[in-house]
Design a protein around this ligand. Sequence first.
Ligand code: COA
Length: 195
Amino acid sequence: MSLDLSNYDDTYTEELECQRSRLSRYLWHITQLTIRSFPVIPGKLYPKILKLFRTKVGKNVIIRPNVNILYPFNLEVGDNSRIEAECFLGCCAPVKIGRNVSIAPRTMIMNCTHRPFDPKFTAMADPTTIEDGVWVGCHCTILGGVTIHQGAVVAAGSVVNKDVPPFTLVAGVPAKPIKRFDPRKKEIIDLHVAV
Ligand SMILES: CC(C)(COP(=O)(O)OP(=O)(O)OC[C@H]1O[C@@H](n2cnc3c(N)ncnc32)[C@H](O)[C@@H]1OP(=O)(O)O)[C@@H](O)C(=O)NCCC(=O)NCCS
């Protein structure tokens, strides 16, 4: 049987919806629409507003005003991290971004999904973690249940559907290890086979 969306309830999971009242969600949507309509708002102001909606934000964080965030109370961003223009953070389950993380423009964190071929299209969500010192290139997609470990790099346009080991450069769809940095020896090891 294929999808039947005639009675689809797009409120993600009941558990998620219970965490915040309908009123606070409407308030967030209105606030976010206002922020996104003023792209001149400094990147340091958005984190301050997010704190009012229970986002855990560290010091010196920059989030560009046109970053779209679903469920801000599920987001945590550590000191000195930067989320650049037009990223989409669909925080249906917790999204934990560590310290000194750089997320380049148009990257999407999407940790909600559905079981393939489930006619009810039931929504499920798993946490996403990006550890300290990670650089995520532009136009990447990072899925739920994934941890990008400390010091890793995600090349532009990659889809990350599995954990990324520390100090590893991954690239492609799905993202695969290309290089590894040994922080002790300070040397880069090439892992990829050129095609
Ligand atoms: C990953 C990156 C930094 C290059 O790193 P590098 O160490 O110089 O990598 P190399 O150029 O030596 O490439 C190594 C291999 O990875 C491949 N590769 C590099 N970037 C890739 C990408 N984005 N997607 C797929 N493969 C990629 C290369 O083609 C090469 O494989 P090949 O020899 O088979 O062709 C760069 O490609 C990139 O993605 N930069 C991000 C740009 C960006 O988002 N900027 C926003 C500013 S914050």
